[in-house]
Design a binder for this molecule. Structure first.
Ligand code: FES
Ligand code: FES
Length: 364
């Protein structure tokens, strides 16, 4: 197939093509799916879009979007280049193509790249992401794309696009989720990329500064606006989502991390001011194979229910073991009073902290 001079982008008619299913069935054309949105994903051979964690990635992204309540991706079925996404509501089923041969990638001008296209029911490309084989879009870019495409649906006031449908939106959100899931580990390292879709480009670009944050023993180079909090830098730019956002106002403690060994509320801390500091998050104190003693104690004493507050509780608790508090339970309650647990798991939390303190504290 020919390679286009200009890669296919938003607003272009998606070039038609035919692909077989590995020799056991007839070839199908993209145009066979006219009338239904299509997600076109070009991905590395080792990436399997049917893996459970990718399905969860889609569902987390989709579930966070207003206007999509009840939409859940149930499964990614079938083998071969044409798969089918099945959703819990509206009986939406989207075909998804994956191209191993590279022929279709050449047709779309994205040879050698990881790329994802959302194509609407009329065969028009609505959204695309492409990058180097080892790249995936930064989560912030994906969030921007989803938010931008969601806005007309949410506001219902996009007079310029009255034909925008829920199915198109779901397809676009899914495309973004695919793009995020192509190589999720690299998303934690990559800086946000310029927005490819002109509709998504802000009228005035905000000034950013390059900052290197030392997080969990690694240097992360990020381009951040001065107003970005350490919490958002960790979660949205570095992909470290273990640290939770509860109130975003310094009142709940869910966002607690350590900076130079001291506990801080990352929602009240500007990221740019932490260059050169040693930042530790919940991801940096233990691992699935070797839990931190405080994590083990929280498990042993049922120090959580839903778990949302738990990363902040544990980061605070680890700091408390190194702070000059009295020995009693009331001292622990006072020391931990900045960490709110809406599930009321306080007795277990106090017991866990006391267990670790009485064992001599923690060395890491
Ligand atoms: Fe930071 Fe609540 S999110 S204190
Ligand atoms: Fe649910 Fe604390 S365990 S908020």
């Amino acid at each position: 197939m020919r390679s286009l001079l200009h890669p296919v982008g938003p607003g272009d008619q998606a070039p038609d093509f035919a692909l077989g299913d590995g020799g056991t069935g007839p070839a199908r054309r993209l145009s066979d799916f006219r009338g239904s949105p299509v997600v076109l994903a070009f991905h590395p051979p080792h990436w399997d879009p049917a893996r459970g964690e990718h399905v969860e990635t889609y569902n987390r992204l989709i579930g966070s979007l207003p206007g999509l309540a009840g939409t859940r991706l149930l499964s990614i079925g079938d083998a071969g280049p044409w798969r089918k996404l099945t959703f819990a509501d509206d009986a939406i089923a989207l075909p998804v193509l994956t191209d191993d041969s590279g022929d279709v990638a050449a047709l779309y001008g994205v040879e050698g790249s990881a790329a994802v296209f959302a194509i609407d029911a009329d065969g028009i490309v609505r959204w695309r992401h492409s990058g180097a084989p080892e790249s995936s879009p930064h989560p912030v870019d994906v969030a921007r794309a989803i938010t931008a495409v969601a806005r007309p649906l949410i506001a219902g006031d996009d007079a310029s696009r009255p034909e925008w449908t829920r199915r198109e939106f779901v397809a676009t959100a899914l495309a973004a989720a695919f793009a995020l899931a192509v190589l999720p580990r690299s998303a934690a390292r990559a800086a946000p990329t310029p927005i490819a879709d002109e509709r998504l480009r802000p009228g005035r670009r905000r000034a950013t500064s390059r900052v290197t944050l030392h997080v969990n023993g690694r240097d992360l180079a990020l381009d951040l606006e001065p107003r970005v909090t350490l919490l958002d830098a960790l979660r949205e730019y570095a992909g470290l989502t273990g640290t939770k956002k509860g109130c975003d106002h310094g009142q709940c403690g869910a966002c607690t991390v350590h900076v130079d060994g001291r506990r801080v509320l990352s929602c009240l801390t500007f990221a740019l001011m932490q260059e050169g500091a040693q930042i530790t998050t919940i991801e940096g104190i233990g691992s699935a194979e070797q839990l931190h003693p405080m994590q083990q104690a929280f498990i042993a004493h049922d120090g959580f229910q839903c778990g949302y507050c738990t990363p902040g509780q544990i980061m605070s608790a680890v700091a408390v073991t190194k702070e000059p508090w009295g020995a009693g339970d009331d001292d622990v309650r006072e020391a931990m009073s900045g960490n709110i647990c809406r599930c009321g798991a306080y007795p277990g939390i106090v017991a866990a902290v006391q267990t670790v303190r009485r064992s001599g504290g923690v060395q890491r």
